[in-house]
Design a protein around this ligand. Structure first.
Ligand SMILES: [Zn+2]
Ligand SMILES: [Zn+2]
Length: 394
């Protein structure tokens, strides 16, 4: 802590901290209009913004930011930034507000943890996902703006949807494929999108001290899937003697059907080997994140590649942690259930339709099992294992 900040706070400044403590947004606004500098610290070397972030109060945080609070100002003795505190608070909106104001997400505290790692440590996965998926719009604009004497990498109209595409928090490959289809203009510019993702992957790893391995891997991951869609499309247009049924399917359907194909033991074998290949092809093998992923895949009783990737990109969470996810795309809290078996869940009809090709075989068996109440049966344990296998299978 520097000498100048040890100076005693004025009465108004003291009141600022009090107003934050009491969640008094109106008073805070009034007080802030009476001071010139909001980047002050209390006896714990914390700024008003850090306190507001720790309280997880979005309104307080926004008022402070609007009044010129420096989002990265940090005198805290363990170098917890405002974003560290926001991650601890569990309010992902506060995290987003700070990120939009330019908070740096890779700064480590004195125990070597970034804001998202701190959030993961206390189980606030919503914050982890927001922090890890955040990308400044300016990063994207760079690729959609015309450099002198050269066309931009991406057509400028793509800026918005491409920004949303790279910030997606659900990284289930099916969801990525669906977003390629749903976000305006992406599927018409797959080669350019893939190229830009490769450039962004490289840029994150070559930032020197600011290097961001998580983001670099995420860009690689998205680029890999986009590349695969391109390949499927090229193969498709080269094929002449395909069956009538295949002709009717679009690329999304062909590719997602392949990814969702259940293997013999109930696991999504094709998806797993596809994602393992994606990890293997990450070009920056000297980075810690890559080595961690490879180590966990090589461990005894390894997790699925999807959960390894999800762990790498979104923190601790694996998809298997949460039972209530869409069977097709992994989106949380799906709204619909299969009307026949009432077991498997989906976001909507289109997710159900993509899965039906595989689910239709198991659906009748699943319905039967549900009809017999497993709790009243002597072989309840066995039955529920069967049920679980079936669920994995579907
Ligand atoms: Zn879904
Ligand atoms: Zn069903």
């Amino acid at each position: 802590m520097s000498e100048k900040n040890k100076t005693v706070l004025t009465e108004t400044e003291e009141q600022i901290f009090k107003a934050i403590e009491n969640n008094d947004v109106v008073l805070l606004k009034t007080l802030l209009s009476q001071v010139k500098n909001v980047n002050i610290v209390d006896e714990n070397s914390m700024t008003p913004l850090q306190h507001a972030a720790y309280k997880g109060n979005k309104d307080l945080v926004q008022v402070l930011l609007d009044q010129g609070a420096d989002v990265n100002y940090c005198e805290h003795q363990h170098t917890y930034t405002a974003l560290h505190f926001a991650g601890l608070s569990g309010n992902s909106d506060v995290c987003l507000a700070l990120l939009l104001a330019g908070a740096k997400s890779h700064i480590t505290n004195t125990v070597g943890r970034t804001p998202s790692q701190m959030a993961a440590f206390v189980g606030h996965h919503n914050c982890v996902a927001v922090i890890n998926s955040y990308i400044p719009k300016s990063d994207v604009d760079y690729y959609t703006t015309e450099p002198p004497n050269k066309a931009p990498y991406l057509p400028p109209f793509l800026a918005e949807s491409f920004h949303r595409f790279v910030m997606q928090t659900n990284i289930n490959p099916i969801k990525v494929v669906l977003n390629v289809q749903n976000f305006v203009g992406i599927s018409e510019h797959l080669s350019e999108v893939k190229k830009v993702l490769e450039l962004m992957c490289e840029r994150e790893i070559k930032r020197g001290a600011d290097r961001n391995e998580v983001m670099s891997f995420k860009f690689h991951y998205l680029g890999y899937i986009v590349g695969e869609i391109l390949k499927v499309r090229q193969r498709q247009s080269a094929k002449k003697d395909e069956s009538e049924e295949e002709k009717k399917l679009d690329i999304t359907e062909l590719f997602t059907r392949k990814l969702l194909k259940p293997g013999k033991d109930g696991h999504l074998e094709f998806m797993d080997s596809f994602l393992k290949e994606c990890i293997r092809e990450f070009p920056y093998r000297d980075c810690t994140l890559f080595r961690q992923m490879v180590a966990s895949l090589a461990s005894k009783d390894p997790p699925t590649a999807l959960s390894v990737i999800s762990h790498a990109i979104n923190g601790q969470r694996g998809f298997e942690d949460s039972l209530s996810v869409c069977n097709t795309c992994g989106e949380e809290k799906p709204a619909k259930k299969c009307s026949k078996c009432k077991v498997v869940q989906y976001c909507d009809r289109s997710c159900q339709r993509l899965h039906w090709h595989w689910h239709k075989k198991a659906c009748p068996r699943l319905s039967q099992m549900i009809d017999t109440d497993p709790l009243t049966k002597p072989d309840a344990a066995e039955l529920s294992t069967d049920l679980q296998n079936l669920l994995v299978n579907n």
